[in-house]
Design a protein. Structure first.
Length: 314
């Protein structure tokens, strides 16, 4: 079973090194084990001539069936563990970059502390890549913004994140408590790229409530936008308020309420064909809904301030 898990992880990550790291072996050992498997089967499963690694036709068939065997085995183990109130197994999550690495890492750490027998791995990707990974079964759960109604993907609403104007403490907006969208047209803006769902919705919102400001720069992740804002005295951005709480607590950024309100819906996505979640996945989903759901914004802000104060004392 460990060999099947190793092969599935090589196929999922498209990398011997990533899979080897997760299994606690060297890249060479992982490659040798897969090579021995291919020799036993008499076929080539991994196409090593391309980067990232790909699957041969035989490899795709083997991955599909092996992943099903591993999933069924883990479900069986987890059901037995569930009888003893101790879920165990693996949960693979793919999340968009702007989902908030701090948020998910914080939830992850709290979850593992409560459920030490459940291993959770989180990868950050572009929205289309998250959707593709969920649809292909390369992950158990996706964390996305603006979830749609997809034929092959199920959706669970998670939270609506309030968006805010973010800027340097030296920006003229910094002393405001609220800004109307129509006022923003006169200023230069740093924003998220238009091919991201959040970038498209921000642009649409600004056009509907005034004019689109001059865009000085656009990036594909929130962290880069925040870094650019911190060194700019005359540019602003519109970001999920939660994503700048740590900077606001540290005094490196300001967050100003936006009028009319703009929200970014967040959701969890999963393969629609799955009949039921494994016990491990179910407890993780329940934990996410409780600790990253609609009631968490106030708690997030309090936590950000507390962690900043602890950092100052250290």
């Amino acid at each position: 079973m460990q060999l099947l898990r190793l092969f599935c992880d090589v196929a999922r990550y498209q990398s011997f090194s990533r899979a080897a790291e997760e299994h606690g072996v060297t890249q060479s050992a992982a490659s040798q084990r897969i090579g021995a498997l291919e020799k036993d089967l008499g076929v080539t499963l991994i196409d090593r001539s391309v980067r990232p690694l790909g699957l041969t036709t035989a490899g795709e068939l083997f991955y599909k069936e092996a992943a099903n065997i591993v999933r069924r085995y883990e479900n069986l183990v987890q059901k037995i563990a569930h009888l003893q109130k101790q879920p165990s197994g693996h949960v693979h999550v793919d999340a968009i970059y702007s989902a908030g690495i701090d948020l998910l890492n914080h939830v992850h750490a709290a979850f593992v502390k409560q459920y030490p027998q459940v291993a959770v791995s989180i990868e950050y990707k572009q929205p289309a890549e998250v959707h593709d990974a969920v649809r292909a079964g390369r992950c158990d759960l996706g964390f996305v913004s603006y979830p749609k109604i997809w034929r092959d993907i199920g959706v669970m609403p998670l939270r609506d994140e309030v968006m805010a104007v973010a800027c340097s403490p030296r920006h003229p907006f910094a002393g405001r408590t609220r800004i109307e969208a129509r006022e923003l047209a006169e200023w230069s803006m740093i924003t998220l790229e238009a091919d991201l769902p959040v970038g498209r919705h921000i642009r649409r919102y600004l056009k509907e409530h005034g004019e689109l400001p001059t865009i000085a720069a656009s990036f594909d992740n929130v962290d880069t936008v925040k870094t650019a804002l911190q060194v700019s005295d005359d540019q602003f951005s519109i970001l999920p308020r939660r994503t700048v709480l740590r900077e606001v607590a540290a005094g490196t950024l300001k967050a100003v309420a936006l009028d009319p309100t703009l929200v970014r819906p967040m959701g969890l996505i999963y393969p629609r064909g799955r009949r039921a979640f494994s016990p491990a996945l179910q407890v993780f989903v329940n934990f996410l809904l409780e600790h990253a759901g609609p009631d968490m914004d106030t708690i997030d802000e309090t936590d950000a301030r507390a962690r900043h104060l602890v950092g100052d004392r250290l």
